[in-house]
Write a protein that binds this ligand. Structure first.
Ligand SMILES: [Zn+2]
Length: 447
């Protein structure tokens, strides 16, 4: 058995690992590289293997850095089966459709063919085979796989692969605990090798207990000042968590409420997928809040077209606008930011990771003036952030989860920046006494 590391090596994007077992070639995730221009160019390079020779793909979840190169894989000859849960299949379609539009725009701008087209997305969708959590299936005579809840986003799975008398576990991304919407990641008690994500392997998250209180304070302030609250958010999971918190706020608060706008067609579609699969939401939600409007859709104004989005401007304050992109690097939120950042009555609330040098990061760092869509804006609005919305386990959670595994010979760390990985690696060595490896791109290991 062999494993080759071909993405998310000492970085957080581009997850792609090739497992060779019992004469078969299996890919674990096939994501795009995101971030710098260099990273984006890597997506166009040929795969390090022949896609025609790949028998199966196991897809952990629907984030673009895990599923985004599937259309290219198909374009380059892959025609095997793709295993994932049913919600992952549906969310992957939405995410790929959305990025296809961006790929077209970018291709026109940079004068090269797009990474993929709708035709390849359709072919990807034909190759999916949806399986449920805890359902063990024999994908070949000598290989069994089981998907288990990873608690990261709806339908996210960690994979157990059994072959050649070994058990390999791949985490894809592991969720943060507690989550309002999802159950905690399933525990693994027995594995020979683990390929583990390390996004926050060197960090301890802010306590989530005060999150709802802080959100309520910021909404109430917006009402008191008759202002606008802008919340840039990711379409999958973060939006639904936020909507669930807002729903709770509306249910318990007796004060005057602003109008809430969900100004993201993608997030709206994603929320429908969440509603379609309540069995993938947490047991608590299903037990105690059955038949409730989990995402407070009755409190929301949902905008679809660009005209509707622009028309929000003419509607009276106080208002809360939830829009993408979560990293403020495009999408409708940019138009709202250009309009509203210069007014001291307004607030921008950051609930997600902001990359260095990006607009969101500069605002958090206190920039007085920013350029948005070619226009200089003097920043007078309040910039707030809630850091406890995270879909990734932190160091204590990762260690706790790994600590349940008996018989582990080696842990490979992926999907993290080098400093996070080094801290995580040391903590594993000290606390769990298990050998760790931080693979470089292209490295291959005998298991
Ligand atoms: Zn993810």
């Amino acid at each position: 058995m062999k494993i080759t590391f071909l993405g998310a090596c000492r970085e957080v994007t581009g997850s792609n690992f090739l497992l060779e077992a019992a004469g078969k070639k299996i890919l674990l995730d096939c994501g795009i590289f995101q971030g710098s221009k260099f990273a984006e160019e890597k997506n166009f390079e040929s795969f390090a293997y022949n896609p025609r020779e790949i028998d199966f793909v196991i897809l952990g979840h629907a984030h673009l850095d895990h599923c985004g190169r599937l259309p290219k894989l198909v374009k380059d000859g892959f025609c095997g089966r793709i295993y994932a849960t049913a919600p992952t299949k549906e969310l992957t379609k939405l995410v790929l459709d959305d990025s296809e539009k961006l790929a077209q725009e970018e291709a026109r701008r940079d004068n090269h063919p797009p990474l993929f087209t709708q035709k390849e997305i359709d072919r990807v969708m034909d190759l999916f085979e949806a399986i449920s959590y805890e359902e063990t299936i024999q994908i070949s005579e000598q290989i069994k796989i089981t998907l288990k809840n990873a608690g990261h986003i709806l339908g996210s799975a960690l994979t157990l692969i059994e072959s050649e008398n070994k058990k390999i576990v791949y985490t894809s991304d592991l969720g943060n605990v507690p989550s309002e919407l999802l159950d905690p990641p399933s525990l693994i008690t027995d594995a020979t090798y683990v390929i583990c994500e390390a996004t926050y392997g060197g960090r301890i998250h802010e306590d989530s207990a005060r999150r709802e209180q802080k959100l309520a304070e910021i909404i109430n302030l917006t009402v008191a000042q008759n202002g606008v609250l802008m919340i840039p958010t990711f379409a999958i999971e973060r939006t639904q968590e936020l909507l669930h918190d807002i729903e709770h706020f509306c249910a318990v608060s007796n004060c005057e409420k602003p109008t809430f706008y969900l100004d993201s067609p993608l997030a709206t579609k994603v929320t429908k997928v969440f509603e379609k699969y309540p069995e993938y939401l947490s047991k608590t939600l299903n037990q105690f809040h059955k038949n409730e409007d989990f995402f407070g859709l009755e409190h929301l104004q949902i905008t679809q077209t660009h005209q509707q989005s622009e028309a929000i401007d003419e509607l009276p304050n106080p208002k809360v606008i939830i829009a993408g992109s979560g990293m403020l690097n495009g999408g409708r939120i940019i138009f709202h930011a250009q309009k509203y950042l210069s007014d001291a009555k307004n607030t921008l609330l950051i609930v997600g990771y902001q990359p260095i040098g990006g607009l969101g990061r500069r605002l958090i760092e206190g920039a007085h003036e920013v350029k948005i869509l070619g226009k200089n804006i003097r920043v007078k609005a309040k910039i707030e952030s809630i850091r406890s919305y995270s879909a990734h386990a932190d160091l204590p959670q990762l260690l706790g989860w790994l600590g349940n595994i008996k018989g582990c010979k080696k842990i490979f760390l992926v999907h993290g920046e080098t400093d996070q990985m080094l801290t995580f690696s040391k903590a594993i060595n000290n606390n769990l006494k298990i050998e760790t490896v931080i693979p470089q791109y292209g490295e291959r290991y005998e298991l």
